[in-house]
Design a protein around this ligand. Structure first.
Ligand SMILES: [Zn+2]
Length: 543
């Protein structure tokens, strides 16, 4: 991009903007940047090789045993791993881009590209202005780029957002005309650069889509070979039915399938993983292009309303809160909710991550069971009262997954790493609430805990599952690998010390061991210091 400002960071670390600077400065060195002597993992599963990497004009210009000419900046990577920047296939990191475009927690993990628009929900500018679908997705992408993100951003089109706009919030089938309008909106978004379509079938109104409707909505993906990414209808007792439905949608539409954050939730469902793998593998043998992703934690984050049955949330927040108070249905809601709490192992496994009402701030960061006990309240009654005070807007983390299954999901040849996390900083407006630590720790945690400590997978496999594999899912042709001519998104990390530090109790901590991160050839992080460059771009799939 010619409108991007170019920077040089001198060896002393001071920042020198080259826009308008004398031309001789640009000619001083043969390369913008040379990363010397690192063990290069190129994004495939090939063993590491010691190489120098030269970067100029945002691209990788040489990968050689010894790059002779000097770079304007040099990074000594001896003893370090040099790999492609991480591609986060399932991210909510665009959510507070305007509040804080530095995207600190992403850059500091080594993430250089995020894929937003997940769980059925994508942003759309000009939503109200125009009933005409064409142009809305492009306007959203343009607004995203002009916000100056620190990492590259792609987006899927959210099928829940599309349904919300065309059908509304209610639980009813789409009419034939509405279906046509939704398909047109999806076609337009794909033409404008969407890199897949996502569903969130545990959320309203996405949950109101039938399997047949999902097949119709996903057909436009087939010709482009872009994925249907699904937060499935259920991830616990009806996990296997949900896997079958996901396969049926992708097969019916003829498109690739990406199962988002695959998990076997609730101890009584942990034994189902073998069957999940068997069904996925058999669909693959029958020709389906299928894969899945997972974050490296045994707890999930969602809204506290998700403990309540989908039917009780039909029609939005007001309708939901009215039903909680309606004697005709409140007992049934309570019994179904208590069954769900039981499934995840009781109230002590429900961690309150964020509230809005000041009178409930004391609950933040606590387990609902202990908190209720501490104020002598019944946990269910307390939950209902808090939902009323917070207008339904309470974040929760549920501890209900198996670590052994997590090892196996990450190690499976069709498994890859994705954070499902947001973007945060340890200071500033995004230090707020008690978020899931995955937004600050996912990629270093896989490298530290699951590669180095648990040995669930090799380092080269892990890097592959963080770079080339996710890049290929969304047809990102010029990233995800280290090769001459490709975009210079690169991370340098210490395989001995790389680790996450964010926890559920203290989430606002950056990881350790990530030494340097380059986004589009510009140093975004070096030895703990950020450049203040916002060199991310909006990317589109190569179709
Ligand atoms: Zn999800």
């Amino acid at each position: 991009m010619t409108d991007r400002r170019e920077f040089v960071i001198t060896s002393a670390g001071s920042l020198l903007a080259l826009t308008g600077a004398p031309a001789f400065l640009k000619r001083q060195s043969a390369h913008d940047l040379v990363i010397r002597g690192g063990q290069v993992l190129d994004g495939t599963v090939a063993a590491s090789v010691e190489r120098d990497i030269a970067i100029s004009g945002g691209k990788i210009t040489a990968i050689e045993a010894r790059v002779g000419a000097r770079g304007t900046e040099e990074i000594d990577a001896r003893g370090m791993i040099v790999s492609p920047g991480f591609v986060d296939l399932h991210s909510h990191g665009d959510g507070n881009l305007r509040e804080d475009p530095r995207m600190e927690s992403l850059v500091r993990q080594g993430i250089t590209t995020i894929v937003a628009g997940q769980d059925g929900s994508s942003r759309s500018e000009a939503r109200a202005q125009s009933p005409e679908p064409a142009g809305a997705f492009a306007a959203m992408l343009a607004a995203t780029e002009s916000a100056g993100p620190a990492v590259n951003i792609m987006s899927m089109i959210g099928l829940g957002s599309v349904r919300s706009r065309v059908v509304g919030a209610n639980d009813r089938p789409a009419t034939p005309d509405e279906l046509k309008a939704m398909v047109a909106m999806i076609e337009a978004a794909l033409a404008e650069g969407a890199c897949g379509a996502s569903s969130g079938l545990e959320y309203t109104p996405g949950a109101f889509a039938s399997t047949d409707e999902l097949i119709a909505l996903c057909r436009p993906l087939a010709a482009r070979r872009l994925p249907y990414a699904t937060h499935m209808r259920n991830e616990d007792d009806r996990l296997l039915d949900s896997v079958d439905e996901s396969i049926a949608v992708a097969r019916g539409a003829g498109c690739p399938l990406q199962i988002s954050h695959l998990k076997t939730q609730g101890p009584r469902n942990w034994s189902k993983l073998d069957t999940v793998f068997a069904r996925v593998d058999s669909a693959a043998r029958a020709g389906l292009d299928v894969a899945f992703d997972r974050y490296p934690y045994i707890a999930y984050a969602t809204g506290l309303t998700n403990l309540f049955p989908v039917w009780s949330r039909d029609g939005g927040t007001d309708a939901f809160l009215a039903r909680l108070a309606d004697p005709a249905v409140s007992a049934r809601i309570k019994s179904e909710t208590l069954a769900k709490v039981d499934l995840i192992g009781g109230w002590e496994n429900v961690h309150i991550s964020s509230v809005r009402a000041p009178e409930d701030k004391a609950a933040e960061g606590k387990r609902l069971g202990s908190y209720a006990k501490s104020i002598s309240a019944d946990p269910y009654d307390l939950t209902v009262a808090m939902l009323n005070r917070n207008r339904g807007s309470i974040g929760m983390v549920g501890f209900a997954m198996s670590e052994e299954n997590l090892d196996r999901i990450l190690a499976h040849p069709r498994g890859m790493v994705a954070s499902d996390g947001g973007s945060f900083a340890i200071e500033g407006p995004t230090r707020s609430g008690s978020p899931h630590p995955r937004g600050l720790g996912t990629f270093p945690r896989v490298l530290g805990r699951y590669v180095r400590e648990r040995k669930a997978l090799t380092l080269a496999q892990a890097v592959n599952k963080m770079s080339a594999l996710p890049a290929s899912r969304i047809r990102l042709a010029d990233r995800g690998r280290l090769a001459v001519g490709l975009a210079a998104d690169v991370v340098v990390f210490d395989p001995v010390t790389v680790a996450d530090r964010a926890t559920f109790e203290e989430p606002f901590q950056y990881p350790s061991g990530i030494k340097a991160v380059m986004v589009n050839g510009v140093v975004a992080l070096r030895d703990g210091r950020r450049g203040n460059q916002m060199t991310g771009k909006v990317l589109r799939p190569a179709v």
